[in-house]
Design a protein around this ligand. Sequence first.
Ligand SMILES: CC(C)(COP(=O)(O)OP(=O)(O)OC[C@H]1O[C@@H](n2cnc3c(N)ncnc32)[C@H](O)[C@@H]1OP(=O)(O)O)[C@@H](O)C(=O)NCCC(=O)NCCS
Length: 225
Amino acid sequence: MSARGQAAERGGNMRAAPALRGAAHAPPPPAGGDVEAITEPGRYQDLSLFKVPAGFRGRPGWYVQLWWVVQALLFRPSPQIAYGWRRMLLRCFGAQVGVGAIIRPTVRVTYPWKVTIGDHAWIGDDVTLYSLGPIDIGAHSVVSQKSYICAGDHDYQTVDFAIRGRPVRIGTQVWVASDVFIAPGVTIADGVVVGARSTVIRSLQKGFVYVGNPARAVKPRDANG
Ligand SMILES: CC(C)(COP(=O)(O)OP(=O)(O)OC[C@H]1O[C@@H](n2cnc3c(N)ncnc32)[C@H](O)[C@@H]1OP(=O)(O)O)[C@@H](O)C(=O)NCCC(=O)NCCS
């Protein structure tokens, strides 16, 4: 799906959005009332104005489409044990992938040329690397099943809902457990553990276990050796 399509898909419940602006000063909307009746539609975002800026994707449009076809036809149906094959495909499309990296066939990569995966890192089933901006995953780090690494968003203060790439950096020897959301611009330092179903919206410091939404440190992680 194109970035434009993804933006539209992520648009969510636009009908309710106008009521949120200035919520700290505005009276609450009438309970059970018509939220739209007290707002002017179209002042917050107009998706007819949305454009992906020139050069944003880092490759021409046809090349992006080619990757998505390759991902659908050659990457995704590959046998689980074909780790070398998937490393090769990603490298062909500009990813930097270290030796021994384990990348499952159900991983989704938006723009491989913006992705770096270190030696012996593991990327689990149904992980999404939404690489609108750079995503770096360090050596010996694990991103477990269903986690969503989100390296981009929209500037919701602009009427054209401007798209932005913002880097996500995951250090070495990190474990991001299952179903974790990592927000744009976040850096996770070496040795961190992020518990299952956590939401990481701020950068995390080296050597701690973080859990929850938003993720908070609960204890240090011991280094052995
Ligand atoms: C983060 C994790 C590794 C911590 O395990 P642990 O060291 O045994 O930690 P504890 O069970 O002692 O938990 C420490 C505290 O964090 C809380 N906590 C642990 N994991 C949590 C999570 N995912 N979300 C919210 N809170 C969590 C515990 O309730 C506990 O809080 P308390 O002290 O107030 O009782 C583990 O909870 C986890 O999330 N594992 C991921 C499993 C997984 O994803 N498996 C599939 C991929 S292989």
